[in-house]
Design a protein around this ligand. Sequence first.
Ligand code: ADP
Length: 888
Amino acid sequence: MASGSAIQIPSRLPLLLTHEGVLLPGSTMRSSVDSPRNMQLVRSRLLKGTSLKSTIIGVIPNTSDPASDCDELPSLHRIGTAALAVQVVGSNWPKPHYTLLITGLCRFQILQLLKEKPYPVAEVEQLDRLEQFTNQTKSEEELGELSEQFYKYAVQLVEMLDMSVPAVAKLRRLLDNLPREALPDVLTSIIRTSNQEKLQILDAVSLEERFKKTIPLLVRQIEGLKLLQKTRKRKQDDDKRVVAIRPIRRINHVPGTAEDEEEDEDHDDIVMLEKKIKTSSMPEQALKVCVKEIKRLKKMPQSMPEYALTRNYLELMVELPWNKSTKDRLDIRAARILLDNDHYAMEKLKKRVLEYLAVRQLKNNLKGPILCFVGPPGVGKTSVGRSVAKTLGREFHRIALGGVCDQSDIRGHRRTYVGSMPGRIINGLKTVGVNNPVFLLDEVDKLGKSLQGDPAAALLEVLDPEQNHSFTDHYLNVAFDLSQVLFIATANTTSTIPPALLDRMEVIQVPGYTQEEKIEIAHRHLIPKQLEQHGLTPQQIQIPQVTTLDIITRYTREAGVRSLDRKFGAICRAVAVKVAEGHHKETKPDRSEVTEEDCREHVAEDAKTESISDAPDLALPPEMPILIDFHALKDILGPPMYEMEELRVFNLKGKYFADRKGFNTSHRVLKDIDTPQKDHELVSERLNQPGVAIGLAWTPLGGEIMFVEASQMDGEGQLTLTGQLGDVMKESAHLAISWLRSNAKKYQLTNASGSFDLLDNTDIHLHFPAGAVTKDGPSAGVTIVTCLASLFSGRLVRSDVAMTGEITLRGLVLPVGGIKDKVLAAHRAGLKRIIIPQRNEKDLEEIAMNVRQDLNFVTASCLDEVLNAAFDGGFSVKTGLEHLNSKL
Ligand code: ADP
């Protein structure tokens, strides 16, 4: 509705009595309606009416107490505002009510109340905005001064507000556009006024009176605003001062001021930190960053989350060993003695490590390749790494990389992340506190890859001698010199190490141990260590070597010695119980109840009190030392796990028992073991029909013997392969069949229907137990050929022979890897003859003499030689001459 234009309101108006504020002409307000009278008005007039006229209502401020609102109509205020209901919104929650948006049009006065129920309706007289008023330009002139004064105040007030707020700018424009007589009503409804004051303005029907009454309200508002602005300004100044004072106070700390203790403590810490930064020997670039950060820290309020982050960062920077290192003790002779003392066997590894150390001794700043020990678990890779650190007099730190699949594990997170941390390299340096430790990167072959980047790629930078003098961790964001760190990596296999990483390392294979080596390691290292850990002495427990052999062969199946070590742990625990019980029973034979006190007391007693009791009473303490024999083993470790396969022990059982107590040297043990009469009985059982051969396989857990089985049946020349084979192994099977088919006449090989074409109406099935384990690699080639040759010739493969080697289509035998582990596996299984590729002969040197002596090695360069060695009496070849002779 255009302001200034004349309005004509109906002479009869329904009345809305409001408690919430006073509606003035020209302003809009939202009013909640919930009394029955008003609700009725809304329903029958506003919701049902269709014309514009029906939306005009008379709004009367209800000055009576809303609590005493009752059926009876209260006395009505004489003057009200005719309003236009712009919007009606109904709701049932929390109770039925309407919300009206109403805009004031003009003043009216009630002439006569026409009806009271259901809602009041009155005959009204319009008081302003009538045509005669709007045309009355004279009034402006008469009121000239008053209206000008009012206008000025109004402008002053609006300009004190923030003009950038769109509503304020609009109001400013309104001041100029609205007719002056409308201004008092509009401004009164905007400024802070009480309902009572608004009511007075409403009642001021004459314009002059309205101006006069509004001016003081404007002035009051202006004053109020002025005061507010003043106090705000002062507060801002104060804030600035506080910020400016704080850092000064932090540096020139005056003790005894009434400050919060905690804050003081913190302040002291920061001063300390600053001092540490200044006195630390970090490189210039790092120092610069630290100084900048500490400056920021000082300005930061402690409540800011960044405060803690920055402080942690600075603390790490101070703690890092930028220039701190240990002095190398490089005495090769001492190193050799130490390595020999700590580790039995592993000659090749020790030799290479000593070479490496010797070169370091000669040239201090060695940028050589990183050593990587590759071998099955439990063969002492980690422990050699530890010994290297010991020989050099360096700190040792192990970083387990198995399963790491996020590059920030190596390189750290950027400090912008919540919970960011440095990577493992920097963390390791912080832990050891020197910049030249030995870092053992354990299980590099088990690094993962994920969306968070490739940790192997991050490791490249760490391990590259050309780059690692300025390794930048994301968290640190400054370079750290890693060139003094000696990195040693360990892995179970090289096949899963990323090639770029492998390229930076020198791989040293650490093969599994022979049984003899295991016995030696057990008695020199493992048993003494376990005894010490369990508080036992050799006077209390004795484990003869024959028992160790029992454990090795019947309770463990591993290339290393880790589970052997655990078994000794179990034995020691069991014996510890016996020893403790023995104490009690011996000293308190007549008491049946044991108190904890007693146990403690007697465990601490001298070993002398453990003297063996002669009385054969079972209740008496066990005889010392407790001898661990096979029965004791069974009691402690349960029934043997590998009875079937471990033929050697199985066959020599009786012999051992007769001789058990007398074993002293491992040599004797082995001599006795190695003269079995029926060593291969169990293997023979599996080889008692044609079409079975024993191969040798290598796994990351060491060597294994592997049976290959073949059978033929009527069919269409299909080859079926089972046992979860990889592609390379499948190819080997196809190669073997092709070679045999092309040489079938030469070897007189025929299928079941007597044809030299072996696949003629015949299907072949090859199986590799155990079916649940995935197998791959080319080294089974010779075994498959032998197995099939046996099948088609109907002859049995020698029961004591195992073989390994890759084959070609032309029948050559190519070298393969893992010879030592494979030979040891064959030896463990009691096999006697081992066929290996000729070019692998050099690998036999690694095998201990006593194992070599037990075995008969056949080296083969072609499949003829393999077959000749695999069958008793050789595998006859039908020569061309014979053929010719027969023709003649
Ligand atoms: P890996 O790192 O190869 O998995 P560890 O270095 O952890 O194996 O060795 C396991 C345990 O076997 C260690 O207690 C270690 O001392 C012991 N051990 C392994 N090989 C030898 C050895 N040749 N001489 C002495 N102890 C050994």
